[in-house]
Design a protein around this ligand. Structure first.
Ligand SMILES: [Zn+2]
Length: 751
């Protein structure tokens, strides 16, 4: 029952991973050592002989080009380096790299090695061979690389040359050129394919032979000079794995937004869900099994989904929280997620047939959410709510909350009793006017969201009542046009959610379980949009919609709370419309030294009475000094704005009402009816589509205007505002409040 606000619109727009309000994560600390702890003695490490970490590689260079040999070594103390050519130390060659220009062709074939040395010993690197090519001869800019494979797996070797060359490949002594497709390898006929043998690159590809062992592979390039051979590399054919790994299904997750693997987050019936199979294998492998999902829903033929393996090799330690994680996924349509539907899952059908026997989908129907967007008329303009705007707002709500369907309508523009929302008092007034309209419209089960035009000066991106159990008079909120996250946030308040602790929120939910307003361990999945949005659970930017920190999703905690609110709320008995008194009021200065309750002028309306509230303020309907009816009315608190409000429709007693009294913890506010009948108001056009309502607002402080054709309340006007938009050909009924009731003036047409 707290009305809570988003902070200002500009702050909302500025939210991002690095934006303001994202700084709630605890700062990393380098805690100083406990000064009382004894000093730790670090033992002096033993000296270690040098180890060569990276051996020098063979070099092929053209005459006049730099040759470079490098070695990387470690040891304690740090080793010194000496390079040798053909066994003789090279003076001055003491760095990790030795480079020079081989001007003498006779250096072709020379061997270079390094000796690394420290106090603990010497280590000698391998001999690296220098090849000095003749002028014009091609060089291998890309050398083939050694490869390991299982029999039958396709292997490929790539060679790149510095000049256009004709490349031939030699495999275990058999030469193969482009156009050759077969060769004999160890008695097994194997197809070898050489591509692009005349150019600057060439590929050799073939299935690895059946016989395990090693095979030498080398490319020979012939340019204008003598043929040049690449470094020979080995193909190692490994023995086939005889132990087929055992497959298992670790878990099956059905996700509709934020579900956890432990099934603790409830599922909504008639809403699509992403089924994810987490499979595992006992050993490392290259298996690619498919999976099969069979769903039987009551009254429907069984549906079978076959899911190809999403990758190559079934993981031995699958981890749903890793990203990307390999799971067999299928989107189950809403028609299959129903009470009584059953799912069976098989991994590797036709093979190991690992099955999870069918189980019932544990889902509950959630009532459709009736939502009416109401354009709010303010001095800065009136928004136009087209279908795409409505759809975008509804989609944001549907993807976040456990809803199967939001039935959204757009109401007539509504003119509140103030012209602007630049102050806290005024935006509260607009919210109270909207809630009064909602109850006077008889829309007790409908959520109203007033939308104001972009660019209007406002302290907030939205404002909404926080519903409390049993309080059906907290279903109004306000949001700026196009601020879809604010729209969803304010609806969240109407659904009973408090703030998540992120950003400069007021009164965060003390039970919210995740620090920084994060969403927890659930994986955000959008099953409502045109495409499946499938986000990174490790992304630390995902924050609960009820905080101010951006990158919005919803936590499993708030998702579950909304689910309970929607499925456990007892709906109004639908007692039908009755003659009621619409009472409203607010407490200003809340939390300050002199909080004060205020009653607003009441209206006689015919509508569904508000359900009696278990707690709140007590409203006495008086005749003279006698109390003729007494009702407890729920209060929607607004700590962020220092205001608490109530709006309720109280059934009229049979006795005339001459006064309304409000009682709250010893405070009493009493309103008396004003004597005298109101003169009929008049409505004059001041501009095309705009009318001014004239009445004596000194004696009748508030006026409620209904469109007689739609029956909807289109304005609540007062001393601060008497103008409203009107439609051609329409007539209006005006109720003028004398504080404790109202007189009705039908059939007014703007002139
Ligand atoms: Zn809020």
């Amino acid at each position: 029952m707290f009305a809570k606000t988003l902070v200002c619109a500009t702050a909302l727009l500025a939210f991002g991973c690095s934006g303001a309000g994202g700084g709630s994560a605890p700062a990393a600390t380098n805690a100083p050592a406990d000064p009382g702890a004894p000093a730790v003695q670090v033992p002096v490490a033993n000296q270690t002989a040098p180890v060569v970490l990276v051996e020098p590689r063979d070099e092929t260079v053209a005459q006049g080009e730099w040759a470079c040999f490098s070695v990387e070594a470690m040891g304690d103390p740090t080793p010194a380096i000496q390079w040798y050519r053909d066994g003789a130390a090279i003076p001055g060659a003491n760095a990790a790299s030795y480079y020079f220009i081989p001007s003498d062709p006779s250096l072709d074939g020379a061997a270079f090695h390094a000796v690394v040395h420290n106090a603990a010993g010497d280590t000698t690197s391998r001999d690296a061979t220098l090849h000095v090519a003749c002028a014009g001869a091609p060089l291998f800019s890309v050398q083939p690389t050694a490869t390991s494979a299982f029999p039958g797996t396709l292997v490929a070797f790539l060679a790149g040359t510095s000049t256009v060359s004709k490349v031939a490949w030699v495999v275990n002594g058999t030469t193969c050129q482009e156009g050759d497709t077969t060769a004999i390898l160890s008695g097994t006929q194997t197809t070898l394919t050489v591509t692009a043998s005349a150019g600057t690159s060439s590929t050799l590809a073939f299935p690895a032979p059946a016989a395990p062992g090693t095979y030498a592979v080398q490319a020979i390039a012939t340019g204008s000079g003598v043929p040049v051979a690449s470094a020979p590399v080995l193909l190692t054919v490994m023995a086939p794995v005889t132990n087929v790994p055992t497959l298992s299904i670790q878990s099956v997750l059905l996700d509709q937004g934020i579900q956890l693997p432990d099934s603790s987050v409830p599922l909504v019936a008639n809403r699509a869900g992403l089924l994810r199979i987490v499979g595992a294998a006992s050993t490392f492998n290259g298996l690619t099994p498919s999976a099969k999902v069979r769903v039987t829903a009551p009254g429907q033929a069984a549906q079978v989904f076959v899911i190809p393996c999403p990758g190559h090799g079934v993981p031995t330690t699958p981890d749903l929280t890793a990203w990307p994680s390999m799971t067999w996924d299928v989107l189950l349509p809403a028609s299959l997620i129903r009470p009584g539907a059953r799912v069976a899952v098989t991994l590797d059908p036709g093979g190991q047939n690992v099955t999870v026997p069918d189980w019932a989908i544990p889902c509950l129907p959630v009532p459709d959410l009736d939502l009416r967007f109401v354009p709010v008329v303010l001095a800065g303009g009136t928004p136009t709510l087209g279908p795409s705007t409505v759809q975008a707002a509804v989609q944001e709500m549907t993807r976040l909350y456990p809803l199967a369907k939001v039935a959204a309508t757009v109401g007539s523009p509504f003119t509140p009793s103030v012209c602007d929302i630049a102050t806290v008092a005024n935006i509260n007034q607009v919210l109270m006017d909207l809630e009064s309209k909602r109850i006077a419209d008889g829309a007790l089960q409908t959520y109203y969201q007033g939308i104001w035009q972009q660019g209007i000066d406002c302290l907030y991106a939205g404002l909404g009542y926080i519903a409390s159990p049993g309080n059906t008079s907290s279903r109004s909120s306000l949001a700026c046009l196009g601020q879809y996250s604010a729209s969803a946030h304010e609806l969240g308040h109407n659904l009973g959610l408090q703030h998540a602790p992120c950003g400069a929120v007021s009164d965060p939910d003390p039970d919210f379980p995740y620090s920084g307003g994060l969403i927890g361990l659930g994986q955000p999945v959008d099953t409502t949009g045109p495409g499946l949005v499938y986000t990174d659970p490790g992304n630390p930017c995902y924050h609960d919609i009820m905080g101010y920190c951006g990158a919005f999703w919803i936590s499993d905690y708030n998702y579950t709370r909304v689910f309970k609110a929607l499925t456990q709320t007892t709906r109004g008995a639908g007692s039908g419309a009755a003659a009621c008194l619409l009472v409203s009021g607010f407490q200003s200065g809340r939390g300050g030294p002199s909080p004060r309750w205020n009653l607003r002028p009441a209206f006689n309306v015919t509508t569904q009475p508000s359900a009696p509230a278990p707690a709140g303020v007590r409203i006495d309907l008086m005749n003279g000094d006698a109390v003729v009816a007494s009702h407890t009315v729920a209060v929607s608190d607004a700590e962020a704005t220092g205001l608490a409000t109530f709006v309720a429709a109280i059934p009229m007693p049979g006795t005339p009402i001459t006064g309304v009294r409000l009682n709250h913890e010893g405070q009493t506010v009493h309103l008396k009816g004003l004597t005298g009948h109101a003169a009929a108001p008049t409505m004059a056009l001041t501009a095309p589509g705009v009318a001014h309502l004239s009445w004596n607002h000194a004696t009748h402080p508030l006026a409620m205007v209904r469109d007689e054709q739609t029956g909807q309340v289109v304005a609540i006007l007062g001393g601060d505002n008497q103008e409203l938009p009107v439609a051609p050909g329409r007539t209006y009924r005006v109720e003028l409040s004398d504080n404790v009731g109202s007189s009705s003036h039908p059939g007014i047409a703007p002139r």
